[in-house]
Design a binder for this molecule. Structure first.
Ligand code: 5GP
Length: 126
């Protein structure tokens, strides 16, 4: 897939918008008023979860600028809750959010990747 330009307006035909509308399936691990978490379809670690806000936000940039305080608090708490529920605090985990072209963000709906289940090594390829 091509990386997306995170400055473009939100397009609700993206895959995660379709998952939120129930048009596409997902392996759900958590849902609340503001957030949905599900397994990545192509895991890059033994455990690879995506946490997304329910609102229409292209990226972390968009969400941090336009999201309401309640949405932001709800989403940040959901990310932590998912990790706690999965027992990941003691072994540790990694969060990652790609924004735009240089990061190779592919889906234009904010998602935080949660990786766990092994020693994750250096933060970036060397
Ligand atoms: P990005 O590169 O945008 O940060 O990450 C997009 C992620 O979405 C990738 O890890 C990719 O495997 C995942 N993904 C793409 N399409 C689907 C899908 O239809 N379902 C799920 N669960 N994950 C997807």
């Amino acid at each position: 897939m091509m990386p997306i330009d995170a400055t473009l307006p939100y397009d609700d035909s993206n895959i995660f918008a379709r998952i939120l509308r129930g048009e596409l399936p997902c392996k759900k691990v958590h849902e609340d008023a503001f957030s949905l978490a599900f397994h990545d379809i192509n895991p890059q670690a033994p455990l690879h979860i995506l946490v997304i806000p329910k609102g229409p936000y292209v990226s972390w940039d968009d969400f941090s600028e336009r999201g309401s305080d309640a949405e932001i608090a709800g989403f940040v708490r959901a990310v932590g809750q998912v990790a706690r529920d999965l027992g990941l605090v003691a072994p540790g985990y990694r969060l990652l959010a790609n924004v735009g072209l240089d990061s190779h963000q592919e889906i234009p709906h904010l998602h935080v990747h949660l990786f766990a289940g092994q020693k994750l090594g250096p933060m970036l390829a060397r």
